[in-house]
Design a protein around this ligand. Structure first.
Ligand code: GBH
Length: 440
């Protein structure tokens, strides 16, 4: 009966990782301190009309100065894993060459602070903040950027490789292509999809070279990408909708998963690129062997599903959130995780992002429902055999939500951006209970 089903406890495997995620530009602030160089996001935020209310990440949640108190809060919530990103231009102010000791020192203190509190650091090397000095040389449009990225990655492995159990290379290369180079709503604000696909390839190459760089060290850390994935379904029973759902699956998922995990671009995706598309000549002999070399773990950012009609239009068949692109569908997470295992094998998976925005309120019942439903779906996937080892909700605290500025609050910890006061929301108390019970 339904009553009996409800009584079955949702208990996660022993040592399941309970985490939360952030990214450098969204929380750190201190944009011009201790030798940090500008990134494309500093530049983008200064261009009029780019960001809602003209907001910037100059101060953000001031985490650079308040990290110790933030780590205490993480410990109080019982987190066992914390995903953050490194600001490339804080560590290498012009993106290349000698490291900035003060930049490295900040991340050393952060990692040591986490380890001292029993929290595993999960470190993303690139969460969209390309050093401006490299963008001046074309950034990821320039094939050399893949090498520059691997050099920076290598410097990070040398500095703290042993202490970091999981390195994530890129966060959501798809979003760089879609928003940075197609819609133009993210840095560097270009509208040229063909060029974006070249950028996408160079990002993947950077991923592969960074994996290679880690293999050249002797450490025991694991590495993989963090991909934004969304299962795609036909919106109705027509053949056209089915066909377009497959095309959308190529764009949303296989276009990123196949190169990294199978060492090839999907044939149907490639066939849809123009015969003279620049991405074709951007792919050089040997690239896919580099891109497709073994990964240790796959990071999955999951926000919702995608439904496609017979004309290829996207429609919402489930409720959305304040983020109008988000189709909230917890079962999609189950479908996605089980599909990854079926099509790509038993690679360990960590959910690197999952969450929704709410209003300014401290009471956020919608977020609690969202998290409970998605954790239940994740648990079902584990029961079905998916090697899911940890979960990082997005986000630990309210932060700079890119083009939306400070108008979308994704945190379980509230931040008052005028006083920088932190206060756990109802969802944080709820999550603390989940962690304490190792389940729901
Ligand atoms: C993640 O992106 C990011 O990794 C994280 O930094 C971010 O804060 C979080 O999600 C919440 O947004 O406005 O129609 O142009 C999630 C993937 C990519 C989905 C950008 C929405 C913009 C759609 N997102 N995309 S639109």
């Amino acid at each position: 009966t339904a009553g009996a089903a409800e009584a079955i406890p949702v208990t996660f495997p022993a040592r399941f990782g309970w985490g939360a995620a952030t990214s450098a530009y969204q929380i750190e602030g201190a944009a011009r301190e201790d030798g940090r160089g500008p990134s494309v996001w500093d530049t983008f935020c200064q261009e009029p009309g780019r960001i809602r209310n003209g907001d910037t990440g100059d101060v953000a949640a001031d985490h650079y100065h308040r990290y110790a108190a933030d780590l205490d809060l993480m410990r109080d919530l019982g987190l066992t894993s914390y995903r953050f990103s490194v600001s490339w231009s804080r560590v290498m102010p012009t993106g290349r060459g000698a490291v900035n000791p003060k930049g490295i020192d900040f991340y050393q203190r952060l990692v040591d602070g986490l380890l001292g509190r029993g929290i595993a650091p999960v470190v993303t090397l690139f969460h969209w903040d390309t050093p401006q000095a490299l963008q001046d040389k074309g950034g990821w449009e320039n094939r050399d950027c893949a090498k520059w990225f691997a050099d920076y990655a290598h410097a990070m492995f040398q500095a703290m490789g042993d202490k970091v159990p999981i390195w994530l290379t890129l966060n959501e290369p798809k979003t760089v292509v879609d928003n940075g180079y197609t819609a133009g709503t993210h840095a560097p604000g270009k509208r040229d999809r063909a060029l974006g696909n070249v950028v996408g390839h160079h990002l993947l190459l950077g991923h592969g070279l960074a994996v290679q760089a880690l293999r050249s060290t002797n450490g025991s850390s694991r590495i993989g990408p963090a991909l934004s994935l969304s299962p795609t379904y036909p919106a109705d029973g027509t053949d056209g909708a089915r066909r377009h759902a497959t095309i959308a699956d190529g764009e949303e998922n296989r276009r990123w998963l196949d190169p990294v995990l199978l060492g090839r671009y999907p044939a149907d995706w490639l066939a849809l690129q123009a015969p003279d598309a620049p991405v074709r000549s951007a792919v050089k002999d040997g690239d896919l062997a580099v891109i497709g070399a073994r990964n240790d773990i796959l990071g999955v950012n999951y926000y919702g599903t995608t439904h496609v009609t017979g004309t290829g239009a996207r429609v919402m068949l489930h409720p959305t959130s304040q983020a109008t692109w988000q189709e909230i569908d917890p079962n999609g997470l189950y479908d996605l995780l089980t599909r990854i295992r079926k099509d790509y094998g038993d690679l360990p998976i960590t959910i690197t992002e999952n969450g929704m925005p709410t209003t300014n309120a401290m009471q956020d019942p919608d977020r609690i429902t969202f998290l409970r439903d998605h954790l239940t779906a994740a648990h079902r996937a584990i029961q079905a055999g998916v090697p899911l080892e940890s979960y990082h909700l997005w986000s630990f605290m309210d932060n700079f939500e890119w083009a939306e500025g400070y108008t979308q609050r994704w945190g379980i910890v509230h931040v008052d951006f005028s006083t920088q006061r932190r206060e756990p929301k109802a969802s944080a108390d709820w999550y603390k209970g989940v962690i304490g019970h190792n389940g729901l």
